[in-house]
Design a protein around this ligand. Structure first.
Ligand SMILES: [Zn+2]
Ligand SMILES: [Zn+2]
Length: 266
């Protein structure tokens, strides 16, 4: 081989090694989560940003016009129609996002095989909570965070409970903001299987969840402020039922915090 050919051969090899190295590094980075949790595109400032601009744009923020009771987006100021018809038992509801259109599809993925979306949604719930309830984040007892439970069978079928992931991320973000918080996954239990609620009316949902939840650790509830965590607020039937149980066990206040809330009907 003459010198020129040898050099060319070397350069080709180097390019090949270079490319191999870059694709190896990309795989390593992707494995460590430097990608958008929503769509997987590269995100170099992960986890400061967990979603890319496209995925963030799909999510609709709740805005300022919300129901003073359940926290859903309302048409006018004041209490929403659902709450007027049947006032929920929980102290107050809160949600950073509106459950509608593409925004709803995104949140649905959380329970349909994409638990990683709880990273972003749980953190956003915590930031929204701190902004809306600054008085509750001072020093005192740690906030008691309770995810809405599933039955053992339901959990086995899905493989995970998305509200536990939300609660974990919610608490982690609170702690990083200097707020003391503990998660108790066992405080509340779901002991009765409930039917899918998608097409049910407010009244049917209420009957469907009646008696489905049980406070396992009653002593832990007494006098406590509890932050109940769920993925979506539709009619508020689940939050209402759980809150009733928790109050029955002596809880002082029960806040119902969700990732997204269905807006008021027009
Ligand atoms: Zn994305
Ligand atoms: Zn309401």
């Amino acid at each position: 081989m003459n010198t020129a050919v040898r050099l060319l051969y070397k350069r080709e090899n180097m390019e090949k090694w270079g490319k191999n190295f870059i694709s190896w590094a990309q795989r390593k980075i992707a494995a460590h989560g430097y990608t958008c949790d929503g769509c997987g595109v590269e995100l170099f400032d992960y986890p400061t940003y967990r979603l890319c601009e496209n995925c963030t744009a799909k999510l609709r923020r709740i805005g300022d016009k919300v129901c003073a009771k359940c926290g859903r987006k309302t048409v006018a100021e004041g209490i929403c129609l659902d709450c007027k018809q049947d006032m929920p038992k929980f102290t107050q509801g809160l949600s950073p996002f509106v459950y509608q259109g593409e925004s709803a599809e995104f949140v649905n993925r959380l329970k349909n095989g994409d638990p990683r979306l709880a990273n972003y949604l749980g953190e956003q719930m915590a930031e929204h909570f701190v902004k809306k309830f600054p008085d509750m984040t001072g020093v005192g007892d740690p906030l008691l965070i309770v995810p809405v439970p599933m039955t053992d069978k339901g959990r086995r079928l899905r493989g995970y409970n998305q509200t536990e992931y939300l609660a974990k991320m919610f608490a982690e973000r609170l702690r990083s903001l200097g707020v003391q918080a503990v998660v108790d996954k066992k405080l509340l239990q779901k002991t009765k299987e409930t039917a899918a609620q998608k097409k049910m009316s407010q009244k049917e949902r209420k009957e469907n969840v009646a008696g489905a939840y049980h406070v396992h650790k009653r002593k832990e509830c007494r006098g406590k402020t509890i932050l109940l965590i769920d993925d979506v607020l539709t009619t508020g039937a689940t939050g209402n039922e759980c809150a009733e149980r928790l109050f029955g066990a002596g809880a002082h206040e029960v806040y119902f915090l969700v990732a997204a809330a269905v807006p008021e009907r027009k």
